[in-house]
Write a protein that binds this ligand. Structure first.
Ligand code: CTP
Ligand code: MG
Length: 228
């Protein structure tokens, strides 16, 4: 299974002066924890890290440390996550039929989740890892007045991995680009063009590390897992 890791963001909401994936968590760059789970997932056989070229030397050091037993490549990212994934899709080898996409910032996803996600593509052409929403969600207007409260039974919080058949996803990305659509995940492009996206049960701890509070939580969770 081919796996693309978008890692080319700036981490603005983290408020750090560099890519948040380079920030240290328990003495290692955040992305090292994402790679630790990937290294322990038997289904993965090709890895592409989509990064800012300025970060490539750091990612090369990490890749050397992990010594993956299959091809690994560094792919230049774009201005948005959508552009970064687009670049990643172009860099896939011709024989790639299915692909998992996992945000570098989700460093708490487990090998079990990656493995279940890889298996999901045996029975569907597109999926998203997601968990039932715990909070009640409000829809508001432009003046922050609540206009609706959707039924929670139908609300799921999307995570990554997301996975797709490569040709379908490439077509969706190309059409989305041509139409100027802007989306924050890949499943949204699949949906836009009426292709079915299956839910795979995600993990409550599979946080996207976005703010300093997330970073502190991730450190606690990783301490519990790796330093009991
Ligand atoms: N990402 C990317 N290319 C971009 C923007 C984001 O590859 N141009 C990646 C990030 O590195 C991250 C994932 O997409 O692994 C999810 O994005 P997000 O959490 O929003 O990270 P950032 O964009 O770095 O953070 P912020 O939005 O706060 O600047
Ligand atoms: Mg972002």
């Amino acid at each position: 299974m081919h796996l693309l890791i978008p890692a080319a963001g700036l981490g603005k909401r983290m408020g750090s002066h560099r890519n948040k994936l380079l920030l240290e968590v328990l003495g290692r760059p955040l992305l090292a924890w994402t790679l630790t789970a990937i290294r322990a997932t038997p289904a993965i056989s090709w890895l592409g890290i989509i990064g800012q070229p300025g970060d490539f030397p750091d990612w090369q050091v990490l890749l050397a440390e992990f010594d993956f037993p299959y091809p690994t490549v560094l792919i230049p990212g774009g201005k948005t996550r959508q552009e970064s994934v687009y670049n990643g899709l172009q860099a896939l080898p011709d024989d790639a039929t299915q692909v998992l996409i996992h945000d570098g910032a989700r460093c708490l996803a487990t090998p079990d989740l990656f493995q279940r996600c890889a298996q999901a593509l045996e029975n569907c052409s597109g999926f998203v890892a997601a968990i039932p929403v715990k909070d009640t969600i409000k829809i508001v207007n432009s003046t922050n007045i609540v206009t609706a409260t959707p039924n929670r039974d139908f609300l799921w919080a999307a995570q990554t991995p997301q996975g797709f058949w490569v040709q379908e996803l490439k077509d969706c990305h190309q059409k989305g680009r041509d139409l100027g659509l802007e989306v924050t995940d890949d499943a949204a492009l699949f949906e836009k063009f009426d292709l079915p996206v299956q839910i795979v049960m995600g993990e409550e701890t599979n946080l996207k590390i976005t703010t300093p509070a997330d970073l502190a939580l991730a450190e606690q969770i990783l301490k519990g897992r790796f330093n009991p």
